[in-house]
Design a binder for this molecule. Sequence first.
Ligand SMILES: [Zn+2]
Length: 147
Amino acid sequence: MLYLTVGTGIGGGCIAGGRLLHGLLHPEMGHVRVPRVDAGPGICHAHGDCLEGLASGPAIAARGGDYGLAAEYLGLAVQNYACVLSPRMILIGGGVMKHAGMLGMVRAAAKRYMNGYAPLPVIRAPKFGQRAGTFGALALAVRGGKV
Ligand SMILES: [Zn+2]
């Protein structure tokens, strides 16, 4: 499964075979490139128009509050993550996802961009809502920092 948090930034993690994927460093899923569907600038200090630069909370604010456009970019990213990692489930949380209808818009965009090529994973909100980060930190502490 894969978890994405969409808030002041965009981050993500993936669990495969019961283990958190970790390599050279933690994954930087928010900084992937997605095809552009508009011409506006992105705000990432490093990349400009990476996913975080286009669909994070500050990016949405800088782009006139267009959550529909952010949902398009998140849907493109979800389609990419689904093709690369083939997770059974993608959980999407964070402050941006509290916007009414956002999860449905992301799910619809991902389905449209997948275009029937492969089944989409289940896409839903995290069970613990806005407390997911806190519970994740507690779970990590219980395991002595081992993931
Ligand atoms: Zn970036």
